[in-house]
Design a binder for this molecule. Structure first.
Ligand SMILES: [Zn+2]
Ligand SMILES: [Zn+2]
Length: 140
């Protein structure tokens, strides 16, 4: 169980009911776009508005609680910030799986980029393919 109240406070945000609820939804569902998060959030709290969800997701992304995952040809998805990982993105259904690997380790990356005087911070990598369940649908 994640302590969302602590995560919010550590990032300088008030732990409002709306933010806690949005984090619960994302924590439960993984990578979701704003519409999907909203659709899930109103199931348990019908009073929450799309504008509120949208506004709080932006604030939590700016303050580093959430990370935006930009996707080719689809709406960006959001996840709770965690250790460096790559995303396996299904081109068919848009499903995203986390893969806990760093493709190029930070030291090596900094060495490669120092020639360009570019300071490395982190990597966000999407690897595209077809997921397990979509492969099964195509075969049957
Ligand atoms: Zn798929
Ligand atoms: Zn992820």
């Amino acid at each position: 169980m994640n302590d969302y109240m602590t995560i919010l406070k550590e990032n300088g945000l008030k732990a409002t009911f709306q933010r806690m609820h949005i984090l619960e939804v994302i924590g439960m569902c993984g990578h979701k776009d704003i519409d999907e998060i909203y659709a899930e959030a109103i199931k348990t709290h019908p009073s929450i508005s799309l504008a509120t969800v949208y506004k709080n997701i932006l604030i939590m992304t700016q303050s580093g609680v959430l990370v935006e995952v930009p996707l080719v040809g689809r709406k960006a998805k959001f996840e709770i910030k965690k250790d460096c990982h790559v995303h396996l993105v299904c081109s068919h259904c848009g499903d995203i799986q986390d893969e806990a690997i760093e493709l190029v380790d930070a030291d090596k990356m900094q060495k490669i980029l120092s020639g360009k005087n570019f300071f490395y911070s982190h990597q966000e990598i999407n690897i595209y393919g077809i997921c397990d369940s979509c492969q099964k649908i195509k075969v049957s």
